[in-house]
Design a binder for this molecule. Structure first.
Ligand code: ZN
Length: 550
């Protein structure tokens, strides 16, 4: 046995029993596992090459004595995906997505559930209670059923019905509490106490933090692999780790993972942490911004994102605050609308459909990059989780599907088909011409426009071709590069303005460099907007596009 449980308040070391949830000396509920870092740090790296890429490859650093492969569902080992398009758009090329959607129940909680259930099973426990905003209960249910354990799942009535049904499908007892998540946790605690059933304590459960830290181990191994730096430590750390939080368990665990790696000489540093909350329930963010040591409780959360609705983070805030400050990180909050918009951007730019909670992390990323807190040269890893029911109707808004009625009897089949087709695309899409000599920039502008609305987009690769295309198509809007060989943007504008049929077409100029006063005066009165490249994610760009094509 190479680990003990150390009290985070008094420092007392005790052996590990999952059911003993407090420090025998001071009664604190805040304790964490401690390992023989010298021994493991020296011996484990050489063993990794022959192990499967799942979280059990780090089993010497997990509080389970004999992991049972028969209970595994392939947890951990999620891909680290480079977000090249987001990187281009944000002017921050080294953004990576830790794709936790690819866990057995599609959320990062699978790590917590697999390690916790393994430890409980080992200790002979057969029943457990968990309060959840949805994903935890689904994950625990899956692993509990595999281990032959009974789960009492306490969920708030805000949890989407489809998630509740999934919990029930695994054989767990669903108890729906009409009230806040904090109230739901209170009822669960009381139920567990009265019946003498083991209760999951979220971030205070030893196995939760231990499971989450495997995310850090994987990120370091994967970043190193992607840089083709060879398997042996030291491994790479990102500059930032971004994750949306409710109780804060994810970043707390990831911090511990990097701290342990640093201690073992596997990495050189711990990344800055950026925990993101929903503005309607952001007790940690507001408390941190006010410089408070203890969190101000949000008693009635106002967010659609029910998985982020912990109003009372308790001492998790104190620990996370310390970690964020120690790493020069930042807490940030985003509105539900910003999260939903990020969800669309992520899906349309990177092919990744995340649930709203994970999208909040991306909205937070956008905000921190725009604020200059995350620098263009920084390497950033964003945790993306939860694929269950990502698109509630309020996320998609109206008109996400179109009802097409097929022909009445009076029409011939051809007429019927035509009328059906006009119903499929009833409006004429506004036409936009992009004149830009860099292929990458054309692709990016097209992608951004396509991700935000229905446009007919035409492209020209130089000024001369652009002029011809514009005269032929008479578009509703032109997006024009200034610096092009031969016919540059200035020449294009002058030519357009001199002809009556093109004189009134609005032009947005996109430029990569700061303009001289002389160049600015040449554009004065000739164009509708001037945008710096790399600035396209600003709502300004799309607002501008939408206002100009009305
Ligand atoms: Zn203690």
């Amino acid at each position: 046995m190479t680990f003990t449980i150390k009290c985070m308040d008094c420092g007392y070391n005790a052996p590990y029993f999952p059911t003993a949830t407090t420090c025998p000396k001071c009664n604190s509920q805040w304790r964490e596992a401690e390992y023989d870092y010298e021994l493991i740090g020296r011996t484990l790296p050489a063993k990794l090459a022959n192990r499967t890429f799942d979280l059990w490859r780090y089993r010497e650093l997990l509080p389970v004595r004999n992991p049972n492969p028969g209970m595994s569902l392939g947890e951990g080992g999620s891909p680290l995906v480079r977000a090249a398009n987001l990187g281009l758009m944000l002017g921050c090329p080294n953004i990576f997505i830790k794709d936790e959607r690819q866990g057995p129940t599609a959320s990062f909680k699978d790590r917590q559930a697999s390690v916790t259930i393994a430890a409980l099973k080992e200790a002979g426990i057969t029943e457990l209670v968990a309060a959840s905003t949805g994903n935890v209960a689904i994950s625990y249910s899956a692993y509990a059923s595999r281990a032959g354990m009974k789960l009492w799942a306490f969920v708030t009535s805000l949890v989407p019905a489809v998630k509740m049904r999934e919990i029930a499908l695994y054989g767990s007892q669903v108890i729906k509490i009409t009230g806040s998540y904090d109230q739901c946790k209170q009822v669960a605690s009381e139920f567990a106490r009265q019946r003498g059933v083991y209760q999951d304590m979220g971030a205070r459960t030893i196995t939760s933090i231990e499971a989450m830290k495997t995310i850090a181990f994987e990120i370091a191994e994967q970043l190193t692999y992607m840089e083709e730096a060879g398997p042996n430590p030291p491994w790479r750390s990102p500059d930032w780790y971004v994750q949306a939080i409710s109780g804060g368990m994810g970043p707390l665990g990831v911090y511990k993972g990097f701290r342990e790696m640093k201690e073992m000489g596997w990495t050189e540093r711990i990344p800055a942490l950026a925990p993101i909350q929903a503005e309607g329930c952001a007790p940690m963010v507001t408390s941190w911004k006010k410089g408070l040591e203890k969190a101000e409780v949000v008693s009635s959360p106002q967010t659609h994102i029910e998985t982020l609705a912990t109003g009372d983070p308790g001492r998790s805030y104190e620990f996370l605050r310390q970690r964020v400050n120690d790493t020069n990180g930042a807490f940030e909050s985003v509105t539900d609308e910003e999260a939903f918009r990020a969800m669309h951007v992520l899906a349309k730019m990177e092919g990744i459909s995340a649930e709203p909670a994970a999208a909040a992390a991306f909205a937070g990323l956008f905000k921190l990059i725009r604020a200059g807190i995350i620098k263009p040269s920084d390497t950033v890893v964003v945790n993306c989780t939860g694929h269950t029911m990502p698109a509630e109707s309020f996320v998609l808004g109206d008109n996400w599907s179109r009802d097409v009625k097929f022909p009445s009897k009076q029409e011939t089949p051809q007429e019927g088909l035509l009328s059906a087709l006009t119903q499929v695309a009833p409006e004429k899409f506004p036409k936009i011409v992009i004149v830009e000599d860099t292929a990458e920039a054309r692709r990016l502008i097209r992608r951004i426009l396509q991700s935000q609305g229905n446009f007919t987009i035409l492209e020209a690769t130089n000024g001369r071709a652009g002029l011809e295309l514009i005269q032929k198509e008479l578009p509703d809007l032109i997006i024009l590069d200034l610096m092009m060989p031969e016919t540059d943007g200035f020449t294009v504008i002058e030519a357009l303005r001199s002809k009556p049929e093109t004189a009134a077409i609005p032009v947005i100029v996109a430029t990569a460099k700061e303009l001289t006063p002389d160049e600015k005066s040449r554009l004065n009165g000739q164009i509708q907007a001037l945008l710096q490249k790399g600035d396209f994610l600003n709502d300004e760009f799309l607002e501008e596009v939408k206002s100009l094509i009305k």
